[in-house]
Ligand binder design. Structure first.
Ligand code: PLP
Length: 255
């Protein structure tokens, strides 16, 4: 399938349709885009101004500035218990690009990808662009919007990738350690790549965020942890990043 063909069949994100509509109205409460309700802190604005004034307006390395990758790796080790080094971090233009890069790197046309439902619409759009077959796993209110491991087991058969998103957009649910470990065990058993989107790791009202990389699994899962600073109020200048190990394509890597 060519990129053209993949784009042909692609719908629009409903979020953007609502946003377009809202832009035509004057008195609306915006509940579509996750825009923080506080301004960018002055030290961030000043650092950006200083960088621009000092001439930091040239191409960077395509994986991102070494100093930034070092700082991100240090954060992943300290806050998430992930044994990251600057080598295992790639800086992207926002979290969407990190998810796009990770998902398209591990799927080939026809691969089945397990996505949360309800879930962030871009997961499905990106999977469609990659030519993947989308299989949705339900997040039911009666289970606290946690994945149902039995349902996942029945969907995982010939799938290649599972996307986890905790804390979740849109439900806000935070997966327990038991759930994260259960999904990792299942993924290891079925040979699935785990793509763990933890972009909202610092928006937790109840419970504790468990990074998939700090959870244990009986076998080493192959996984990637895209993350970005969504809770921070500097949307226009927001970087994303992706940390994961290198692996060949998921199908080449199964069992
Ligand atoms: C679950 C999830 N992942 C990733 C992103 C990436 O966001 P951005 O590309 O704006 O950094 C978002 C933003 O809404 C999101 O909800």
């Amino acid at each position: 399938m060519t990129a053209h063909e993949a784009l042909d069949g692609l719908g629009r994100s409903g979020i953007r349709e609502v946003m377009d509509l809202a832009a035509t109205l004057s008195d609306v409460v915006h509940l579509e885009i996750g825009e923080p309700d506080f301004p960018t802190p002055p030290h961030v604005v000043e650092a950006a101004q200083r960088a621009l004034a000092s001439g930091a307006v040239k191409y960077t390395l395509s994986r991102g500035e070494p100093a930034l990758r070092d700082a991100l790796a240090e954060k992943l080790r300290r806050a998430n218990g992930i044994e990251a080094t600057a080598e295992s971090v790639v800086v992207t233009a926002g979290g969407t690009a990190a998810v796009f890069g990770a998902l398209t790197a591990v799927t080939r046309p026809g691969d089945a990808v397990l996505l949360p439902d309800p879930g962030w619409p871009a997961f499905e759009l990106i999977a469609q662009l990659a030519g993947a077959v989308v299989r949705r796993y339900r997040l039911r209110p009666e289970l606290g919007f946690e994945p149902d491991l039995d349902e996942l087991d029945s969907l995982a058969g010939d799938a290649c990738v599972i996307v986890l998103n905790s804390p979740s957009n849109p439900t806000g649910a935070v997966s327990s350690r038991e759930t994260v470990e259960g999904v990792l065990e299942l993924a290891a058993r079925h040979g699935l790549v785990v793509l763990s989107d933890e972009v909202y790791e610092q928006i937790v009202f109840e419970g504790e965020h468990v990074s998939r990389a700090s959870a244990t699994s009986p076998r080493e899962p192959r996984s990637s942890t895209p993350s970005c600073a969504c809770r921070r109020p500097w949307s226009p200048a927001r970087p994303g990043w992706d940390s994961g190990r290198r692996w060949p394509h998921s199908r080449d890597h199964r069992r």
